[in-house]
Design a protein around this ligand. Sequence first.
Ligand SMILES: Cc1cc2nc3c(=O)[nH]c(=O)nc-3n(C[C@H](O)[C@H](O)[C@H](O)COP(=O)(O)OP(=O)(O)OC[C@H]3O[C@@H](n4cnc5c(N)ncnc54)[C@H](O)[C@@H]3O)c2cc1C
Length: 465
Amino acid sequence: MVDLTRKFDVLVVGGGNAALCAAISARRSGASVLVLEAAPRFYRGGNTRHTRNMRCAHDSATETLTGPYTEEEFWDDLLRVTDGDTDEELARHMIRQSKDVLHWVAAQGVRFQPSLGGTLSLGRTNSFFLGGGRAMLNTLYLTAERLGVEAAYDAEVVALEIDTGMFLSATVARGGERITVRAATLIAAAGGFEANIDWLKTYWGEAAENFLIRGTRYNRGGLLKALLDNGVGAVGDPRQCHAVAIDARAPRFDGGIITRLDCVVFGIVVNKHAQRFYDEGEDVWPKRYAIWGRLVATQPDQIAYIIFDATALRLFMPSLYPPIEAADIRSLAQKLKLDTDALERTVNDFNAAVRPGTFDHTVLDDCRTEGLSPPKSHWARPIQVAPFYGYPVRPGITFTYLGTRVNKEARMVMSDGKPSSNMFAAGEIMAGNVLGRGYAAGIGMTIGSVFGRIAGQQAAANALN
Ligand SMILES: Cc1cc2nc3c(=O)[nH]c(=O)nc-3n(C[C@H](O)[C@H](O)[C@H](O)COP(=O)(O)OP(=O)(O)OC[C@H]3O[C@@H](n4cnc5c(N)ncnc54)[C@H](O)[C@@H]3O)c2cc1C
């Protein structure tokens, strides 16, 4: 049983990748470390439990990566997906550090495996955790425990005492009690506020009732709110988030990776009026999958349907649920409760606009539509071979981008621009510094590992000096 009345050098709030990287790094730098995790032990680890890979720069192929991924290429990718909405100095710093962090994570016992040939084509850029995020996380917990990091579960931080940029104590709700925990420094690694539907509603209105949360129910943003209320500078647009299209039949929380649908590029996507609303073939899927949640969120009733035919069925990883199948488009419309004439018209118009080309889903191929609005720029093939299929999809929120402003030391910056004297942040809670919008697969874990490691070193140095 952890003694919460003892004063620690470093208090880490959160229990996912960012928290564990921070805790291990602080402990290895000689500090005493306490981790407070809101979830019970079984559910420890937040969204990290669901991950598969992380994106790090590297100059040459490795045992598990098929080729080099230079800092410059990483930066170009980030610039493209964020449309330039990123802090260049911080982002370049992160990318530079990502090279070494890959080895550092491995040195903590985490093992990697080659990427499976799948829909995201990430074998060159992203390192996949052997056994997935859960195995990675269990390894980090084991390493942390062996080093002497102490962890308390069912320990939600509900309030903070902060005096002009200086952390003094945290209030923890535990077993019906409120306990004051003191530490010389604070590392906030408690994720975003995506599981707090009421908070989401302040920006999205009632539409948020139709959002599904892909990860943990424990990322409710209580710590983020306490920090912002106490003068920490905010970063990021509160409406921006990583959101993908997921199977509408998924549970409200924690559906994880198996509810995601990667078949948008192989068909068309229509709204509840059976109308297309966006170019399904705009760019390669790893650079576009993360915009589809937001696109569906802006459609009536936050629902859409991916429609495809028998030629596409085996080209992508299916979701946990089977697609809805019918012998013809009109029957499919009936099963999906769509207007039959409208869906038939949409499919016919699409088919008529498809120009001949050579289909290749691994490159930006020349299969496109002509004279159709919105166009389908690549991978456009007529939907004409029975049986026909449909997947109902809803916005699946992965994480939100509103966060705490930090500098290169992972030190929080107050709203007056002054650096905090003893507060640091890592992971989703500060992801908005790097990700103003958009996403490229695997960056979430990079942000957590890089800034977690830095935050741990800096917090330890702060506490021990
Ligand atoms: C289905 C899914 C798949 C994903 N796949 C990938 C992937 O393959 N690669 C990738 O890079 N990213 C992926 N992501 C994103 C990735 O999960 C996050 O970017 C990353 O895990 C963030 O780590 P974190 O430590 O900041 O947050 P989390 O891992 O979410 O941890 C936050 C922790 O804070 C705790 N907490 C919250 N509030 C409090 C409080 N008040 N007091 C105490 N504790 C609190 C939570 O219980 C949780 O343990 C995926 C996300 C999901 C949902």
